[in-house]
Design a protein around this ligand. Structure first.
Ligand SMILES: Nc1ncnc2c1ncn2[C@@H]1O[C@H](COP(=O)(O)OP(=O)(O)OP(=O)(O)O)[C@@H](O)[C@H]1O
Ligand SMILES: [Mg+2]
Length: 257
């Protein structure tokens, strides 16, 4: 099974064979970075911090921690637009681990979604790399080691399963659940832009999800928009919300036991 989702190559990328741990790589241009986070509503301060980290001469590693549907994966996938970025989902572990991939592809930006699901061995591989830029491994009494200048950007729901020494190598940014105002604004923007809904209808859906489902998960709004094709009336919305509420987690007796 392949761990890595993407190794971005384009005409500006330096071929792997020319990578050298000591050389200075070209930085992304301003134009590139401006368009990085286009799809994400809000979080201007976080976007700015990423921009600063991307433009820094030496790595500053960033970790996003937050509840479901708080745009963490959106940030991670936006970062894959960077040249020489390498994307991995922490849950797709392999026997050989991440070492071989890092050694071979030498990414400048290593992007790890759901890093809490990464096994301990892979987490350990990152420690030296993040601290000193040295990637080293002892296998069958043979040591392999290389210098690598890599920024690590990651996301997770919780830091509980992260090795403490790994956590301290990141600046961890904790996203809070959206307030009602943030939630409605983002939901309306997404339903308008991605699902083609009228903004008034989108507002009704977002407010209903917030009030009746007590949820700030934008995915609920998207589901309702799709179920109704945006052709919403009060009774239809009411019916969907009732059904969602009736079968929500925790309503099954075997779950509660
Ligand atoms: N700030 C935002 N801007 C744009 N879309 C957003 C924002 N917040 C949430 N969304 C919407 O929520 C959906 C889920 O976002 P995303 O996959 O990034 O969540 P996540 O934080 O990675 O959640 P999980 O922890 O469940 O993986 C997106 O597809 C998008 O429609
Ligand atoms: Mg996610």
């Amino acid at each position: 099974m392949r761990v890595f989702g993407r190794w971005r190559k384009n005409s500006n990328n330096i071929p792997v064979s020319e990578f050298d741990g000591n050389r200075r790589y070209s930085k992304p241009t301003i134009g590139q970075k401006r368009s990085l986070f286009d799809g994400i509503v809000g979080f201007d301060d976080v976007k700015e911090l990423f921009d600063m980290s991307i433009m820094a001469d030496k790595p500053v590693h960033l970790l996003l921690v937050g509840p479901p549907a708080s745009a963490k994966s959106l940030f991670m996938s936006s970062l894959t637009k960077l040249e020489r970025s390498y994307y991995v989902v922490g849950s797709s572990s392999t026997k050989s681990g991440i070492f071989d991939y890092l050694f071979e592809y030498r990414p400048r930006y290593f992007i790890i979604d759901e890093i809490e699901k990464m096994n301990k061995r892979d987490q350990t591989s990152l420690l030296n790399l993040m601290e000193s830029g040295i990637l080293s491994e002892l296998k069958h009494n043979q040591k392999r080691s290389t210098q690598l200048k890599t920024w690590v950007y990651a996301s997770c729901n919780s830091t509980e399963k992260l090795l403490p020494p790994l956590l301290t190598r990141f600046r961890d940014m904790h996203f809070k659940p959206y307030t009602e105002e943030e939630f409605v604004n983002i939901a309306v923007e997404i339903l308008d832009r991605e699902e083609g809904l009228d903004r008034d209808v989108a507002t009704i859906i977002a407010e209903a999800v917030f009030d009746r489902l007590k949820s700030t998960n934008i995915r609920e709004c998207i589901r309702i928009a799709r179920l109704t094709h945006g052709d919403i009336d009060v009774s239809k919305l009411d019916k969907i919300l009732q059904t969602f509420a009736k079968y929500r987690a925790g309503t099954d007796k075997t779950e509660q036991a």
